[in-house]
Ligand binder design. Sequence first.
Ligand SMILES: O=C[C@H](O)[C@H](O)COP(=O)(O)O
Ligand SMILES: C=C(OP(=O)(O)O)C(=O)O
Length: 444
Amino acid sequence: MNEGLDAYRALEAKQQPQWPDLAAVQKVSEELSSQPPLVFAGEADQLRARLAAAARGEAFLLQGGDCAETFEAATADKIRDRVKTLLQMAVVLTYGASMPVIKVGRMAGQFAKPRSSDTETRDGVTLPAYRGDLVNGYDFTPESRAVDPNRLTRGYHVSASTLNLIRAFTQGGFADLRQVHEWNKGFVRTPANQRYESLAAEIDRALKFMEACGVDHTALTQTEFYVSHEALLLDYERPLVRIDSRTGLPYGTSGHMLWIGERTRDLDGAHVELLSRLRNPIGVKLGPTASVDDALRLIEKLDPEREPGRLTFITRMGAGKIRDVLPGLLEGVRDSGAQPLWITDPMHGNGITTETGYKTRRFDDVMDELRGFFEAHREVGTFPGGIHVELTGDDVTECLGGSENIDEATLATRYESLCDPRLNHRQSLELAFQVAEELKKLKH
Ligand SMILES: O=C[C@H](O)[C@H](O)COP(=O)(O)O
Ligand SMILES: C=C(OP(=O)(O)O)C(=O)O
């Protein structure tokens, strides 16, 4: 199995930077190959087992984080607020659905972006498009936009420190369920936060009751938290493949779960080939043009053994299309006997650009796609196993609507994303409450 790890090199690899100096890339690649793994094979196996439960309808996956992480924003405060937001959403979902929630950040590696165009033009000046901090800089100057392989090593180190902090937060007491009120502190008071506060009070009461009954809560003091990113940049992913000493099998050690994007999921492309060799749980984005045949071939290539939890399909159809497209896809896959985990990304099919040039999404469209996802699964009898959302713990104004009613004029006030718009903290909580409602319906 391990001999084929480099077979991808003979295939077309889309969305890769045109490195000017291949010797420099080789040097970086050797350096990365000698670094310790960021995650361990056993953790990836554990996540696979958790995802298998979600595919069976016994758990729910919450996957979220920045569209594009940046080196500069990898600060303790920003990482903490993203983790807090995910923990709060997980509490809302767990309590609402009475079901374990698997927490996976789009974090500690989400540094490379596929782009529609190789270049960007501003006021008559054309430069290479920004492809994420792992490749080039965002500032619109020739120096900053030049691709630089040394960014791969920097990305590795920033991922390591991000992951270190995430592990400290989630294992060191910060994620203790008795901190459920604390996670809400520091965020502006909104209807969603107040609703969260009442839920936290109920959880508190339940915990005190358990304590009074002498129940041991050690299990609640820590939480499992995994990291994931789009495995886009093969010159980063390949050197971080390691052979697991327990089994002799290869794992991508840049993150627990790796996914293949909508633009790079070609069956005969390099991304599908490389990830087919790795033992991690693998995600694949499926947009509105994905056919049943595409899905079945991806299953055959990426999950020939039909291993529970191995494959997650992340659908991103767009609110206007999901009800037409998704049921047929679900039926076709169900009828083949395969049982991948199905989750929804209600963000990527709903992008719009305002007249003033802001890339944005309407919160209402995001919610509509979410409802469409639950409806499609209800219709076909399959399990809607999770959500994949671009979000931040920061108070940004990037997506339109939500209870604070962000309008086009407000977008400019705190638009910080370097690529696509994210839900801010309160929009994320609002979304979690609505998903919890949908999950409750499943129980009845
Ligand atoms: O996050 C997804 C893609 O990288 C992004 O939507 C591409 O954006 P573009 O169309 O501006 O290149
Ligand atoms: C690029 C992304 O999505 P998609 O592949 O679905 O366009 C993403 O999730 O960052």
